[in-house]
Design a protein around this ligand. Structure first.
Ligand code: OGA
Ligand code: MN
Length: 200
């Protein structure tokens, strides 16, 4: 896999890029099917944020359900995992980001207005997440379904909304880009890879 010049340029100057048709439709639909099967099997757990002495789950910050995806767990999900690995290698070599290992998470927003408040995936200076890559699995997404990803680029100040349509990939610098998920009114599926820096 290679990044285009425009993708490298966008990552450097704006901190993100968006690529459509990451896998191609047949494979994207197969990965979507595998993700839906995990949801139907009851494999996902509320992400929420634990608050207070009783550790109750606060879904006002984040309303998705998640599962960590390991390579080898499922053939279709592994196909996406392999594409994420190739993406990490491409970003490392063309954008000079020394990326190493990565984690993959399946997230499902059940609808009903579930959202994720504005946040960053990492904070500058800590040796943790450096690059976020989100792949969407929503075949037939319509504007009324909501669940847009809103990016807040540092340079322009103008937020950018990205529709979570099937086979769209959004890549951004975890330490730089604030983002949020706007209320989702239909089931919304995404698989996210977080890449860490090399070294200890
Ligand atoms: C996250 C996140 C965005 C999305 O899980 O940290 O910001 O579009 N997800 O699913
Ligand atoms: Mn995030």
């Amino acid at each position: 896999m290679e990044l285009t010049d425009a993708e490298v340029e966008a990552l450097g100057s704006h901190g993100y890029f968006v690529r459509d048709a990451f896998l191609g439709e047949p494979r994207a639909l197969a990965v979507r099917g595998a993700a839906l099967a995990r949801v139907s099997a009851g494999a996902l757990r509320p992400a929420g944020i634990r608050r207070g002495a009783d550790h109750s789950l606060d879904t006002s910050v984040r309303g998705d359900h998640i599962e960590w995806v390991l390579p080898g767990a499922d053939a279709e999900l592994e196909a996406l995992w392999i594409h994420f690995r190739a993406l990490g290698e491409a970003v490392s070599s063309s954008a000079y980001l020394g990326l190493g290992r990565f984690d993959v998470q399946l997230a499902c927003y059940p609808g009903g207005g579930a959202h994720y408040a504005r946040h960053r995936d990492a904070f500058p200076g800590q040796s943790n997440r450096r690059l976020t890559a989100i792949w969407y699995a929503n075949a037939g997404w319509k504007p009324k379904d909501g669940g847009l990803l809103r990016l807040h680029p540092e340079d322009t100040g103008a937020p950018l909304d990205v529709a979570p349509v099937l086979d769209r990939l959004v890549v951004f610098l975890s330490e730089r880009l604030e983002h949020e998920v706007l209320p989702s009114h239909a089931q919304r599926l995404a698989l996210t890879a977080w890449f860490y820096g090399r070294g200890p």
